[in-house]
Design a protein around this ligand. Structure first.
Ligand code: NCD
Length: 339
């Protein structure tokens, strides 16, 4: 992306936050959790992601230079479609290259530790590691093992910081708050298997940090669970739907296990109580948008019809995911500042 066209239509050239301004933006070398980042850092990452989004809208084949010559290591130890491919796309869009490892076909199956795997990939000369793992501890183990920055691409039922940034960007855009990145006065309703959702734990706090009121609904959602998503529990799901400026439905995380939601027949009971059905979507006020991080299970947490409504910004979330990941790949930590 050329610097001269980095800004959006309403951003004056003098106000452009270039990639250089992201040097030292991270308090540490890694991006592990959004909940621990100062709001200023969130705003700077979002401002840079906004520039990328504008530039990509203008020219989807635009290729930048900010990480030219660098190779990023993608380590994905849990399934992924959107996050994995959009990180790969983000690397391409910044002019870099990537190498990739999954648990299938790696030496992890021969007993090698995650730390040794990470050090091995670092030793080949990658500039960053992007890690998806089944547990937050695994991402932390990688971060501690290497000197290069590590970006959390979704850690078990912990956090999913780049998803939090892209969801916040999508919400801001849908409500014409991209210029200000101020979500004051907006109510976001997060509904789903919140207790096991890393998306809720990143998106909710990030939106709340920018001023949104976050309401949380779902099985077993009490005040402590809602607080992990940066919000408060709702008394009645339908009432909250009527108030919301955005509703984000979340998938039941069956692969994590250990919940009553995994019992036979639980999907139907879930849909009955918390599904974002076509009927319930009619309760939404004009201008309210429908969000979902994907992958969706149509007919369980959301109806296919609702996913296709004009008020659905689910596909736009995916596009903005590339822009958000570009900003994170450029960010340089205060500790290393090496790349
Ligand atoms: C989510 C994930 O993998 O955490 N998806 C995503 O990254 N877009 C949500 C999920 O799996 O339900």
């Amino acid at each position: 992306m050329g610097a001269q066209r980095a800004g959006g239509p309403s951003e004056p050239a003098s106000g452009i936050i270039g990639a250089h301004a992201l040097s030292g933006v991270m308090p540490g070398k890694d991006l592990i959790n959004l909940a621990e980042l100062p709001t200023l850092v969130l705003r700077r990452l979002l401002a840079r992601a906004r520039q990328h989004a504008w530039a990509l809208d203008e020219d989807p084949f635009d290729v930048g230079q900010t990480i030219r010559g660098q190779v990023v290591g993608l380590l994905f130890f849990e399934d992924s479609t959107r996050t994995r491919l959009s990180f790969a796309m983000a690397v391409h869009r910044l002019g870099g290259r990537f190498i990739e490892l999954t648990d299938r076909g790696s030496s992890l199956s021969k007993g090698e530790t995650l730390a040794d795997t990470a050090r091995t990939v670092e030793a080949m000369g990658v500039s960053r590691l992007v890690v998806r793992a089944r547990r937050t501890e695994d991402v932390l183990e990688v971060a501690q093992a290497v000197r290069i920055p590590v970006l959390n691409a979704g850690a078990g039922d912990g956090e999913h910081p780049t998803q939090g940034l892209l969801d916040t960007l999508a919400l801001a855009e849908a409500h014409q708050r991209l210029d200000s990145l101020d979500l004051d006065g907006l109510t976001v309703l997060i509904v789903g298997d919140v207790a096991r959702s890393r998306v809720a734990r990143s998106s909710g706090p990030c939106m709340a940090a920018l001023g949104a009121r976050v309401l949380v609904a779902g099985p077993g959602v009490d005040a402590p669970v809602a607080a992990t998503a940066g919000g408060a529990p709702v008394e009645r799901f339908e009432d909250a739907l009527r108030q919301a400026d955005a509703v984000m439905a979340l998938r039941i995380q069956h692969e994590r296990g250990g919940s009553e939601l995994d019992a036979a027949g639980a999907d139907a009971a879930y849909r009955e109580q918390y599904g974002l059905t076509a009927e319930r979507a009619r309760l939404l006020k004009p201008g309210a948008v429908v969000m979902h991080p994907g992958p969706a299970n149509p007919g369980v947490e959301i109806d296919a019809e609702v996913m296709g409504l004009p008020r659905s910004i689910i596909v736009r979330q995916v596009t903005l995911g590339v822009a958000a990941r570009m900003a994170c790949l450029e960010a340089r930590g205060a500790v290393t500042g090496r790349t």
